[in-house]
Design a protein around this ligand. Sequence first.
Ligand SMILES: Cc1ncc(COP(=O)(O)O)c(C=O)c1O
Length: 465
Amino acid sequence: MTLKRDNKFISLEEVSGLQKKDVDYLYRSHVNSSLYSVFKILGFSSMDIEKAQGTTIYLKNGQEVLDFTSACGTLNLGHNHPDIIQAEKYCHEMKFIDCLKFGVNKLQAVLAHNIASLLPEPLDTSFFTVSGAEANEAAIKLATRVQGESKKYFIRTNGSFHGKTHGALAFTESENFAKGFHLGFPKEQIISIDFNSINQLKEVIKKHPHQIAGIIVEPIQGQDIVVPEKGYLRELVSLCRQENIITIFDEFKIGLGRTGDLFYFFQEDTVPDILTLSKSLGGSKRAIGAMVTSKKLWNKAYGKKKDSTLHSSTFTGLGESCAVGIKTLEIISHPEFLSSVKEKSSYFFEKLNQLKEKYPQKIKGIRGAGLIIGIEFNFPATNSEINIPFVKNAHIAMSGSIVRELLLNHNILTYFNGSSPEILNVMPPLTVSLEEIDQFIESMDKVLSTSFTKLISKFCKGAVL
Ligand SMILES: Cc1ncc(COP(=O)(O)O)c(C=O)c1O
């Protein structure tokens, strides 16, 4: 065996002494060079990060960047929340067992109990995962098992995002992520309907009587930040219940306080058959997700002794991840914490709407709920070719120029999705302060005072350097 080139092993203690250019090289060489190129175009790769706390990412050059992405909903408690660090320390001091396959995991049992105590009946049984996609696959698998083979169809909604692993990918409609892949679930058994359309749901049910196993839906679509009409989720659940179709709500991005309620579906006074949660359940530090359902459905699928390990996974419910999940829920479910999210949200929406009034030609709308917010720009129509890799069209260049400008000149981190580049995603941690919101508004105001043409030309020059 020949060992490869620069083969010196780098110890953990050496990591903080590494130069940025060396880290970039390692990332490009051994992780993902194409993603690195995208980071470079948008300015993200310029951050030489020393540490992070709360909303702030501290750079080695002394600059402080406000993280208004929340890592797509993973940082509801902000970076390195002191109570979460304390919970981790407590686990270390107690030497809690982390990995236990053969025996009862105390922390798992308590986290599952706490989740049940915070959810409406009959959602009382949890299966823990590491990622979100895994939790959705667990939900689809359970629904398939409960419904039997004769009910072969599943419904997803256009614009949905439910993960990128082979199974979950079949249920993700957004952005052509599934194009060209063999899927873990037969394509011909998936029916896509418009989000927010009860009529289309009724039509599909009529067309495939007693053949639909389940429907998976994000109560607010996270990619384009689409909030459904009031009553939609309730009607969806009630219709599906009449037809014995299992309902799965995926609240990875919008759950755990993001909308000011512990889960958004609470606002609709309805209960799905299965709820999936992830992202911020790990207190912004751990990888943990959960599929939560009723004892009745769980037992139908896996209730017999011989089926008790029919669905399992190596890393399900590691001790410390569960401990952090317990602490996270304790913090987020506190009524004062949730009402502070609502207050900050009203403040933020008010300020953003004032900006919209100031720049009516540039801002088309402000959408979202709580602290998942989309600023929809009114980009001018243009056919001009942009000659930058990844920047497929002028709208991506326009959004890219705003994101790059906000980061490099105003120290604010934001992002957009390729499916709808005209919508800037704004998701600060739920612990964000009003002063930080003001800083965002002032920065956005300055960016919008510059013409889109000027921003793009600056972007094109900077992005290709
Ligand atoms: C709504 C939603 N569902 C599922 C997923 C997939 O989760 P994961 O990336 O942890 O597999 C995501 C991730 O962004 C998501 O936002």
